[in-house]
Design a protein around this ligand. Structure first.
Ligand SMILES: *Cc1c(COP(=O)(O)O)cnc(C)c1O
Length: 602
């Protein structure tokens, strides 16, 4: 998947996973078998480092490592995937832990009426990885549940390797019910979820030990894995300071209501055999077990995912020391083949040093535009194949794709249909949507149906497509193939957002509410456009909404459409800035380098 121009000729070479040096297999003096795989080293030093070096154990309920492995639902999982991709490129010693989610998140179909239908998204782990013989046991209620793992190795061309453990309870000897614990990502009720979190947190720590991983720090990506702290407390004589020194917590949610919380009678029933619930209350809250609070209370380092999100988190948890490391995306993965080729020619080395994208300036406008038009054509072919809709290549195309859920406000652009019609008469627009609603998210489903309604209402005037079954592959096509990437979350609910960063890597211009990462990324009229007032402007909610709608329509009509159609050179300048002033910073290489220096080495 990954290929760097500067090392393409060396693709065939085996590399030392510690220092990255190319190795000739036949002549290699240092090699060793670990967990069923053979590794080659340049020296005894690297071999020893590989075997003994402590690693960061990165725990995440969802991981998006590739489209065919559907163990992710949205931005959180894709971010986890980018953490792994960048860590491998940078040879950061990381091991990731997640659940196997055999039936995935969901496969989405949408009826012609706009109703979402969901199907299991089954996958077969044995097609991609194998399962080491070691198993561990966790107590859930009064039952011993056996857990095994599937070991996937993400390899970078730089030599770096990140193993990913997909935990699986579908093991002979478990009851049929327990065999299903790791089936559905975010499926089932809260009992099912708590069982999953016991497997992930407690089972995960045990599995790392069973597989002989030497772990220096435990990084919890969101609160789902915070039961791992209980296992660490037990292993460290209940010494809170020792556990805190081992733990890092990244929170992703700016609202109290969205935190995972479990009633203590349920916790008592399922967890008591593993950990005394009375003691747990001290760290996880008195009335309900709050997984965010648990992670926060037992981590020395906690961060939000943007500066704005850090500010909110500090308000939510006064007295806690909360820092921020702003998210990024994996540059190579999220750059279309057309821009990769261009960057390879003008900015060699960009993929492993994305900060070099700051030097995008000298790339001629025509070449930027040509690469963009190729990506746009590729997207339009894909849309024709998938949805049978033919979009017009010269028309300003606006993209909006993300999880279908209320706070993302996918329908904000339809707030005033007459104005949208009028805008379309001034300069034509077309709209592309995609996104899955969680099966229990009634409002999310209603939003999809509402968009289908507008599609019908505007038929013959504005072309609108809604693509089914949004996933990483589609995200890559959409964020590179449209002209403008629209983002209209309700502040402060978008802790970060990352799809706009993918767009920026492809010269696609962001048009977004000032929330999450865009507060840091937006230079008005230079890197893109803002919708509505800055987050610190004290306006009440209904007024803010009116201001947002005004901005959305006015900027489309008076700035975006005229620039796109009449001042193409200015447009391309902004595409250039999206790369040189946005992508160069909002990438996961920068993000991981900061995790290393600020959290992992703490
Ligand atoms: C990047 C990505 C997301 C995140 O999108 P946001 O707009 O940041 O919420 C969600 N789903 C998929 C499949 C993605 O690739």
């Amino acid at each position: 998947m990954i290929g760097y121009a500067q090392s393409r000729e060396e693709n065939v070479a085996v590399r030392d996973p510690v220092c990255g040096m190319p190795i000739e297999k036949e002549k290699a003096k240092f090699k060793t078998e670990v967990r069923g795989r053979l590794y080659y080293f340049c020296s005894e030093y690297c071999q020893r480092r590989f075997l003994e070096r402590p690693r960061i154990a990165y725990f995440s309920m969802e991981i998006g490592i590739r489209s065919e492995i559907p163990t992710y639902s949205g931005g959180l999982g894709v971010l986890a995937g980018d953490v792994i991709r960048s860590s491998a490129d940078l040879r950061i010693p990381l091991v990731a832990v997640t659940l196997v989610s055999r039936k995935g998140y969901l496969k989405q179909k949408i009826t012609s009426e706009g109703d979402q239908l969901e199907y299991p998204d089954e996958w077969s782990p044995s097609e991609y990885m194998d399962s080491p013989p070691q198993t561990v046991t966790v107590k859930i209620g009064d039952r011993n549940v056996k857990v095994r793992s599937w070991l996937y190795e993400y390899q970078s061309l730089t030599g770096g390797i990140v193993p990913i453990l997909f935990l699986d309870t579908d093991v002979e000897g478990n009851t049929p019910e327990d065999r299903g614990i790791t089936d559905y990502l975010y499926g089932g009720d809260e009992r099912y979820r708590l069982k999953q979190e016991i497997v992930l947190g407690i089972g995960g720590v045990r599995m790392l030990e069973a597989l002989n991983f030497n772990v220096a720090k435990y990084h919890m990506n969101e609160g789902h894995s915070s039961l791992l702290t209980l296992e660490l407390l037990k292993r460290n004589d209940m010494n809170v300071d020792k556990v805190k020194n081992l733990c890092i917590f990244t929170t992703h949610t700016p609202v109290e209501a969205a935190f995972d919380k479990f009633p203590y009678d349920l916790v008592q029933e399922l967890l008591e055999e593993e950990f005394p619930v009375e003691t747990l209350k001290r760290y996880g809250g008195e009335d309900r077990l709050n997984m965010t609070l648990l992670a926060l209370n037992l981590s020395k380092y906690t961060n939000g995912v943007t500066k704005e999100h850090m500010e909110y988190s500090r308000k939510l948890f006064p007295g806690h020391h909360i820092m921020s490391i702003t998210n990024g995306v994996h540059s190579y993965t999220w750059t279309s083949p057309y821009f990769r080729e261009l960057f390879d020619r003008y900015i060699p080395g960009w993929a492993n040093e994305p900060e070099l994208l700051v030097r995008v300036g000298p790339i001629p406008d025509e070449e930027i535009w040509a690469a963009h038009m190729k990506a746009k054509a590729a997207l339009f072919n894909f849309i024709k194949e998938r949805a049978g809709v033919e979009l017009d290549i010269d028309t300003l195309t606006i993209g909006f794709a993300r999880r279908a859920t209320a706070y993302k406000r996918a329908t904000l652009i339809f707030s005033d249909i007459e104005r949208l019609r009028e805008i379309n008469r001034k300069g034509r627009i077309q709209l592309v949507f995609a996104g899955k609603a969680h099966p229990k998210d009634i409002e999310g489903k209603r939003i999809i149906k509402e968009i289908y309604g507008y599609m019908r209402e505007l038929e013959g005037e504005i072309k609108i497509v809604y693509l089914e079954n949004y996933n990483m592959e589609m995200a890559a096509k959409l964020t590179s193939g449209v002209d403008v990437w629209l983002n209209t979350p309700l502040p402060p609910l978008e802790a970060s957002g990352t799809s706009g960063m993918k767009a920026a890597h492809n010269g696609v211009i962001n048009f977004s509410v000032l929330d999450g990462w865009w507060v840091e990324g937006c230079v008005e009229g230079v890197t893109g456009w803002a919708i509505g007032p800055p987050p610190d402007e004290p306006v009440e909610e209904s007024k803010r909404r009116r201001m947002e709608i005004e901005d959305l329509y006015n900027k489309l009509k008076y700035l975006i459409i005229p620039t796109f159609y009449d001042r193409r050179d200015e447009w391309i300048d902004m595409m250039n800035n999206s790369i040189g002033k946005v992508a160069y910073y909002f990438n996961s290489h920068r993000m991981m380098q900061r995790y290393v220096t600020e959290a992992y080495l703490l």
